[in-house]
Design a protein. Structure first.
Length: 264
């Protein structure tokens, strides 16, 4: 059952372990600091109060003096965001475009494997690894919740982890789709990383004023974090957009690979 999925998981366990340690290290670095710097009258609060409001909004530090705001701003919306996007880009662009450039894709398809099966199983392998990173982040936040005095609830941690995973999946599935369309890893990398960077920029610009706020509706980053799920709970509309676009990109990848002349 699922031979390509099992092969991809087995071959990538070292990189998965590395990314897992990176996520864990980031959380262990940031979250234990909150009791000493958090709170409205703390050093962090005073520092944020002295920064330009536009910069605070662009960085998402409006609520950084609360446990939920601090965790979402420093990890999920910043370093953790970078980690999951880089992992998603690396794994997804290697899955189809990387194999095609190395010649391994033609060899795989020669072994009675359909193109649709290849796309779906490789996509599943990337999604499972990203889900693992989201799960690790949720477990560590919950484990440190009491000692770091974050005051977050389990349901809200699940909500922000679902948004975090959805954000990674948008980059991953777009990378897979462009890889299937072009067979070039450089194009797939540009698309997967580019949608994340563009989404972050649109969200940052949109946060500057109410007149520009509509830009956040076009940003995957905004779909994930605009409504601060760690503080407010799940934003079902944002989650629907994240996972809906991811599904559409997977369909695009299937259609593209089935219709393209790989050997040519």
């Amino acid at each position: 059952m699922l031979p390509l999925f099992r092969q991809a998981i087995a071959q990538s366990w070292r990189s998965t372990l590395g990314w897992t340690l990176g996520v864990a290290a980031a959380l262990l670095l940031y979250l234990p600091l909150f009791p000493s710097i958090g709170g409205a009258g703390s050093q962090m609060g005073q520092l944020i109060a002295n920064l330009p409001p536009q910069l605070v909004s662009a960085l998402g530090y409006n609520d950084i003096t609360s446990g939920a705001g601090y965790t979402e701003s420093t990890f999920f919306g910043l370093l953790g965001f970078a980690l999951i996007v880089i992992a998603a880009t690396s794994w997804s662009t290697a899955a189809i475009a990387g194999d095609e450039e190395s010649g391994a894709l033609e060899l795989t398809l020669a072994h009675a494997v359909s193109r649709q099966q290849l796309v779906l199983e490789r996509t599943l392998s990337v999604a499972v690894r990203l889900a693992w990173l989201a799960l690790v982040s949720a477990v560590f936040v919950l484990a440190l919740n009491s000692s770091a005095q974050l005051g977050v609830t389990a349901g809200h941690v699940v909500a922000v982890s679902a948004a975090y995973l959805g954000l990674g999946l948008v980059s991953a599935t777009l990378g897979l789709a462009v890889g299937a369309l072009t067979g070039r890893r450089i194009y797939a990398t540009a698309a997967a990383a580019g949608v994340a960077v563009l989404g972050y920029m649109l969200n940052a610009i949109g946060s500057q004023s109410s007149e520009l706020d509509a830009l956040r509706d076009f940003s995957p980053y905004g779909w994930a974090f605009h409504h601060t799920p760690l503080a407010s709970g799940a934003d079902w509309g944002g989650l629907a957009l994240l996972y809906g676009f991811s599904a559409a990109f997977v369909v695009t990848a299937v259609v593209a690979l089935r219709t393209r002349d790989i050997a040519g």
